[in-house]
Design a protein around this ligand. Structure first.
Ligand code: ADP
Ligand code: ZN
Length: 757
């Protein structure tokens, strides 16, 4: 026995009858140890602590505080960190639930509920020197300063004019008074210098003009009234209000309802979280919130992936301390450490981007519903195209449905025309049908704006040799490389591999290699050639790489400097441009034939959302949907704005094949750089599960994933469907913990999977 261990045993004897904590160590695969708490030290569940492990100390999270331990050799906690840097109890509860449901290590779940910058103590608050007037010297002294030290006088006058603390830097800007001047004043006792905490506010350079609440129309009023009933604060033992699903067509004023409901919650002295998909967390969205709450702008915190570490740190602390009571953010903002939560809004609740694609693979909307239930607060899910899951929950009586059937001010929904591209394709360069061409021409003449949508970036989708049939493939993935014309490169959209575009076939050396298929870059190119005088711009992930380009292009589009905007799904969501009267969907079939049972649902949602960008101003909008399969239900129902119709036929299909929402889909993904080992592992796993599968489990065979190879890894799938997730998750974890897989094989569990490729 080492001397270290001996010492620890002695510790344990000393603290018998004291308090202990169960601590989960950071980055240690969820190992949990007991530690003793020194007398007089305060500690609670969720506290962050520093504890000894062998000869070092590491950070961890307190899972429980107890009065007994069965462990021997218990050592003391080295340090309990300040309570405002810990996980609050409600979020700890959520993390425990997530680990169980999503079959992931508790440590991963804890990492989701406390941002890394806070966990790792990587950041501190920013401080700056600030100065305050203590007393103004007598007049004769001031008079003498005028000649002797004019800068000192100027500084005093500036401080007198603006009582309170002023940053030394600000004072310097106003009066040229340097630090030396301030020090001189301090010495004489006229001013005091202290350090002041400053928040790194991502929107500090912007001014927001207050935008008052709008008078709700009759349909909005009904919805708002219902939501308000659920906002009445509840007794501690009362049940949680039922979540709402707000189904309102595009432009029906849903956001206005969110804003007013949040206002109500604030007036009650409580807080609200507003989730939006990352892609629609645009400056426009943030501005709308900041303007509505301009009078109390500091109460609005924004969380998104482009914040600097310092900004994230400060926003988190502003929320945690209760200074910011409205949180707007993408998926992970559902874990914002607000207390007295009154409302969680999930806008565009159907958006697949609410699902996190790495462990913990949680769904932001589902977590919002759960958190609402746990903290007994109202939850409002909104969409023009609700997910089948949520609509099903309405039918089951779990959610209350609220509907808005018309656009604000009775603006008409756009007129949608389907263009049968089979009739067009005989002609050359059939990217733009003749009908769409005429419509674009009209818009340019009338000085109205158009949007062209294609959910695929790049110039062409592949390069094909006409002689030998070779298609340029990514060496790491089973996908063809996309040609990007401006950069003259071939790019893999899966792993990012880049190669110079070849001038002849890499296989047979024939120069007849040509580009196939269409991406946004080609659409921009073709349209610009068709309308040389029009201003055509493009917005997709490639453009986004140039920082600020996104904002600039949107701003130019808004003021009418751009006639035609070409883009991917980046422009499909949430944007509101009154002068857009035409939307062209270049290829509606793109997502329709994917091997994914949600292909129809996604297409219906995307077409409806894109079409919703048209006709939001005074002129009625028009939409052209180009398709090679014009009679597919997703296209026909979206044409008639018929969500109910789409729902009826889609839900039948799901029921018949036992797909969600009738079951939960759990996808096991097995990856290895070695094809044979990957395949064998997948089959072994399938066999093992089949041996004693929980009752009611539908187990498919192990198959190569639709995307067979990615990032140099061969991929295999095993699809499970069940009615009871927690039981299956526990079962899977038990199996996976025991089954020995070869070292280069990775197995992941994705509960309620969305990404099936
Ligand atoms: P949605 O979120 O359903 O797409 P929005 O809330 O963005 O709809 O509303 C669309 C447009 O209508 C916005 O410009 C908004 O300012 C305006 N609007 C919303 N409600 C009203 C109202 N009651 N009166 C006047 N304009 C409104
Ligand atoms: Zn690749």
């Amino acid at each position: 026995m080492s001397s270290l261990e001996l010492q620890s045993t002695e510790f344990a004897l000393e603290v018998q009858g004291g308090r202990f904590v169960r601590v989960i160590l950071d980055d240690s695969g969820s190992r949990v140890f007991d530690y003793a708490v020194p007398e007089g030290v305060e500690v609670a569940r969720g506290c962050r602590v520093r504890v000894p492990v062998r000869r070092r100390t590491v950070l961890g999270t307190v899972l429980e505080v107890t009065t007994a331990t069965e462990a021997s050799g218990v050592r003391f906690v080295a340090e309990v960190l300040k309570s405002d840097a810990g996980v609050n109890p409600a979020l700890l509860e959520l993390a425990v639930w997530m680990a169980d449901y999503y079959a992931c290590p508790l440590e991963n779940a804890l990492r989701a509920v406390l941002p890394q910058v806070i966990r790792k103590l990587e950041m501190t608050h920013q401080e700056r020197q600030a100065v305050r007037l203590v007393e103004m010297p007598a007049d004769e002294i001031l008079a003498s300063l005028e000649k002797r030290a004019p800068l000192q006088l100027a500084a005093l006058r500036a401080l007198e004019a603006e009582p309170g603390l002023m940053a030394v830097a600000d004072l310097a800007k106003r009066t040229d008074a340097s630090h030396a001047v301030v020090r001189a004043l301090e010495k004489k006792g006229w001013v005091a210098v202290e350090s002041q905490r400053v928040d790194r506010d991502p929107t500090r350079h912007e001014q927001f003009i207050e935008a008052p609440a709008l008078a709700l129309n009759a349909e909005q009023e009904v919805v708002f009234h219902k939501v308000c009933e659920a906002l009445v604060p509840r007794a501690p033992d009362a049940a949680a209000p039922k979540p709402f699903l707000l189904h309102g067509v595009t432009g029906s004023g849903k956001t206005e309802i969110y804003l007013q409901a949040i206002q109500r919650v604030l007036e009650q002295g409580r807080s609200a979280i507003m989730l939006v998909p990352e892609i629609s967390l645009t400056p426009q969205t943030v501005e709308r919130f900041k303007s509505r709450f301009a009078a109390t702008q500091h109460e609005v915190a924004v969380l998104h992936s482009h914040l600097s570490e310092g900004e994230r740190h400060d926003e988190w602390h502003r929320i945690r301390s209760g200074k910011a009571r409205i949180v707007i953010g993408a998926r992970s903002a559902v874990f914002a450490p607000v207390e007295k939560l009154g409302l969680i809004v999930v806008d565009e609740e159907h958006e697949p981007s609410y699902k996190q694609e790495e462990s913990p693979r949680y769904h932001g909307r589902d977590i919002a519903v759960l958190r609402g239930f746990m903290e007994r607060c109202a939850v409002l899910l909104g969409s023009a195209t609700p997910s089948l899951e949520s609509y099903h929950n309405v039918k089951l009586g779990k959610y209350d449905l609220l509907t808005i059937k018309t656009r604000v001010d009775d603006k008409k929904l756009p007129y949608i025309r389907i263009v049968d591209m089979r009739m067009e394709s005989k002609k050359q360069s059939a990217i733009i049908s003749s009908k769409l061409l005429t419509a674009l021409q009209q818009r340019i003449e009338r000085r109205e704006q158009s949007i062209l949508f294609l959910n695929r970036r790049g110039f062409s989708t592949s390069m094909l040799c006409e002689k030998c049939g070779n298609v340029c493939q990514c060496p790491n993935c089973s996908v063809s490389l996309t040609f990007h014309k401006a950069a003259n490169r071939l790019v893999c959209h899966t792993c990012g591999y880049i190669a110079l575009a070849p001038t002849k076939c890499p296989e047979c050396k024939d120069p007849g290699i040509r580009q196939q298929g269409t991406g946004t870059e080609r659409v921009e190119d073709v349209v610009q050639k068709l309308f040389p005088k029009a201003v055509v711009r493009r917005l997709d992930a490639d453009v986004l790489q140039r920082k600020a380009a996104f904002r600039e292009t949107l701003a130019e589009f808004r003021v009418g400097k751009i006639d035609i905007l070409v883009g991917t799904q980046m422009i499909a969501k949430g944007l509101h441009f009154p002068n857009v009267t035409l939307v062209g969907i270049i290829n509606a079939d793109l997502g329709l034939h994917l091997p994914d049972f949600r292909a129809g649902e996604r297409t219906f949602q995307l077409l409806t959302q894109v079409a919703g960008r048209a006709g939001r101003g005074d002129v009625e909008g028009e939409v052209f949907v180009q398709s090679f399969t014009p009679f597919s239900p997703a296209i026909q129902f979206s044409r008639h704005h018929d969500f109910e119709g789409f729902w009826e036929q889609e839900i039948d299909f799901r029921r018949q094949w036992n797909y969600p929402p009738f079951t939960h889909l759990v996808l096991l993904s097995i990856r290895s750089p070695h094809q044979g080992r990957g395949e064998l592992s997948a089959q072994t796993l399938a066999k093992r599960i089949a041996e004693d599968a929980p009752p009611g489990l539908i187990l498919s065979e192990a198959t190569p994933a639709p995307l067979e190879k990615s990032h140099g890894q061969f991929r295999f799938h095993l699809m499970l469907r069940t009615k009871s997730v927690p039981r299956l998750s526990r079962y899977l974890r038990a199996i996976l913990d025991k089954l020995p897989f070869p070292e280069d094989v990775t197995v992941t569990v994705d509960v309620d999977a969305y990404q099936l490729m």
